[in-house]
Design a protein around this ligand. Structure first.
Ligand code: GUN
Length: 291
């Protein structure tokens, strides 16, 4: 069994990014600049955004964090998005989700200039990715693809089962896995799937992204399967200073002995997600996809 080390892979990629940034700056170019909008005080979102800001430092990027209270109006938030759209120094920006219930998330996403949409959530980027055109791709699926590549996992002709159909992970992952060059046969299962266990048992690659702690059990996994765990649910743990630990969607202890490759939680997919956001920001600064 090979443990897929997302933390080490992400560190390698961030060092590669930093090297390229310093070369760009030395040649008289502009330092890439990522902005993040954070609304409210959700613990998970605060941690994610802080980690993104820290990753910017590691990559030699500038970063700007814009914080708003929970009671910001949709109009105020949209005008902030518009300011960032117009700001020539900002190469890319993200609006951390989820947003408070009184704000229409989709309206905010669609207000972002698609050329600065380094999260890859704007319908133009989603659509372009789906038909194989250059585009910003959602960071988690992009990071998973990069892990499969760097660990030489054979995807061509393989049967890949994706658990979960979210806009951020499941849906884009399914499209990337079936793309030319990746060439997997893809099945997407979700909460209403009747044959979920049977599908999983046939899979060469299982990508679990349903947000249910330890959902994928040993009896659902074929010997030699590649297991990618996207889950990061906070479960109470009195032995930790924080009072919680992160639990993936995979019953790791039981599944790992069967797997040919498996990602741990934490230290698997998570660090790669932030790293791919950095790569998207670098692409934005270089105008790699759009003028
Ligand atoms: N909330 C959970 N994941 C993400 C992400 O990748 N980007 C943003 N903006 N919000 C999130």
């Amino acid at each position: 069994m090979t443990l897929i080390d997302g933390k080490a892979t992400a560190a390698t990629i961030k060092a590669e990014i930093k090297e390229e940034v310093e070369r760009m700056v030395a040649a008289g170019g502009k330092r890439p600049h990522l902005a993040a909008i954070l609304v409210g005080h959700d613990g998970g979102s605060e941690t994610y955004v802080n980690n993104k800001v820290r990753a910017c430092d590691e990559c030699g990027f500038r970063s700007t964090l814009l914080r708003f209270e929970e009671d910001i109006t949709e109009e105020e938030l949209l005008s902030c998005v518009d300011r960032l759209n117009q700001d020539a120094d900002i190469d890319g920006f993200i609006v951390q989700l989820p947003l408070p219930r009184h704000i229409a998330e989709q309206r905010v996403i669609e207000a972002i200039d698609y050329r600065k949409d380094v999260d890859g959530f704007h319908p133009i980027n989603v659509g372009r990715m789906a038909i194989g055109l250059p585009a910003f791709v959602s960071a988690t699926p992009k990071g998973i693809l990069e892990l499969l590549r760097r660990y030489d996992v054979k995807t061509s002709g393989s049967k890949c089962v994706i658990l979960g159909r979210s806009n951020i992970v499941g849906k884009p992952m399914s499209q990337l896995m079936m793309q030319k060059g990746v060439d997997a046969t893809v099945t997407v299962c979700h909460s209403r799937s009747r044959t979920l266990k049977e599908e999983c048992l046939q899979a060469d690659i299982i990508i679990a992204a349903i947000g249910q702690p330890a959902f994928l059990k040993a009896e659902m996994v074929k010997t030699g399967a590649v297991i990618i765990d996207v889950g990061t649910t906070r479960v109470p743990d009195a032995s930790r200073k924080s009072g919680f630990r992160l639990q993936g969607d995979v019953d790791f202890e039981a599944v790992a002995p069967l797997a040919s490759h498996i990602t741990p939680v934490p230290g698997g997919v998570g660090p790669m997600t932030i790293c791919m956001l950095m790569l998207n920001t670098l692409s934005a600064a270089k105008h790699e996809y759009y003028e």
